[in-house]
Ligand binder design. Structure first.
Ligand SMILES: NC(=O)c1ccc[n+]([C@@H]2O[C@H](COP(=O)([O-])OP(=O)(O)OC[C@H]3O[C@@H](n4cnc5c(N)ncnc54)[C@H](OP(=O)(O)O)[C@@H]3O)[C@@H](O)[C@H]2O)c1
Length: 291
């Protein structure tokens, strides 16, 4: 698969990894790149950055924005309809929108757990159902999915986030198995810590956002590098790829022995009740909430 001349829709591309994926697609000659997110201002900035790259290319690239909240089925339906009105086909769909979590299960309301599953899992399923029939009319079509290393094993303070990412892996692997003969190829991207704002929007148990970029993310791989790993794997038809540093050890150890892998994660991410309460209190004070 080449990105040149392709029509590509990337959800969660108003910033971070999704924007880096879009920028690379523009650089590599995609015909159309559709950007999505729920925040109009972020989306407009992302589109301006992509148009700037497009203006330096020898072949034209159309940049479109479809703003919608992926946790809401009616908004997903509306976005898919708007897509159909503006474009007649889709080569590559990348499910990248996501929200993380930073609280223990017993401190997390059911509403927050459901919201995390809506954004991280159901949104991708709903959009795929609406678009796949048309995509399969092409001889080849591609779905990218930004999962996570948390979709491979259990990481504390992220029960519903982990569940959503595990669900994505299972669903889209099975989907490829069903439609492989019809030309569908799936690539699951499993990043470790990437330097984006994901921790800023991560939800606390009451629906407030953490509101800060954690040090671990600041030191993580760049979004550009993560996007390059993804596109390289997708071009080669790889089912799964990893954008990791030290997390590689946990992946390897977990494969060798889930017992040892889990022990390593518990050791690397110890839980301290007092620190957790302080984190929750600070988040409430910052009160960055998308709800
Ligand atoms: N950064 C990491 O360390 C890391 C590690 C593993 C996996 N991931 C995954 O990578 C993906 C991209 O995250 P990122 O790191 O690039 O963080 P990010 O900068 O926070 O990007 C998240 C994207 O998802 C979109 N989004 C969130 N909620 C949405 C909603 N309700 N409706 C529509 N769009 C929504 C955001 O758009 P708006 O803000 O405009 O709504 C944004 O474009 C996510 O799936 C995340 O789980 C990240």
């Amino acid at each position: 698969m080449k990105l040149a001349k392709k029509t590509i829709w990337i959800t969660g591309s108003s910033g971070g990894i999704g924007l880096a994926m879009a920028q690379q697609a523009v650089r590599e000659g995609a015909a159309t790149v559709v950007l999505s997110g729920s925040n109009a201002e972020k989306l407009a900035n992302a589109a301006a950055l992509c148009r700037d790259i497009a203006s330096q290319q020898s072949t034209p690239c159309k940049i479109l924005c479809l703003r919608f909240d992926i946790s809401k089925t009616d908004e997903i339906n509306r976005a898919a309809e708007q897509y159909r009105q503006q474009l007649d086909h889709l080569d590559v769909l990348v499910h990248n929108a996501g929200v993380s979590q930073r609280t223990p299960m017993l401190n997390t309301t059911h509403a927050v757990e459901r919201y995390l599953m809506e954004v991280n899992y159901w949104g991708a399923v709903t959009l795929t159902k609406l678009l796949l029939p048309k995509m399969l009319e092409n001889q080849h079509c591609y779905i990218g999915v930004t999962s996570s290393v948390t979709g491979l094993f259990g990481v504390p303070l992220r029960t519903s986030y982990c569940a959503g990412k595990h669900a994505l892996n299972g669903y889209f692997m099975a989907l490829q198995a069903e439609y492989y003969q019809k030309g569908l190829r799936v690539t699951l991207l499993c990043p470790g810590k990437i330097n984006t704002e994901i921790s800023k929007s991560a939800l606390m148990g009451d629906g407030t956002s953490l509101g800060i970029i954690e040090k671990g993310h600041e030191k993580g791989l760049s979004a550009k590098r993560c996007a390059a790993i993804f596109w390289s794997a997708a071009k080669r038809g790889r089912l799964i790829c990893y954008a990791v540093r030290l997390e590689a050890l946990a992946i390897w150890l977990h494969r060798l022995s889930p017992q040892l892998g889990s022990a390593l994660i518990r050791k690397a991410l110890p839980l301290r009740e007092d620190a957790l309460e302080q984190k929750a209190q600070e988040a409430r004070e910052r009160s960055h909430s998308r709800w």
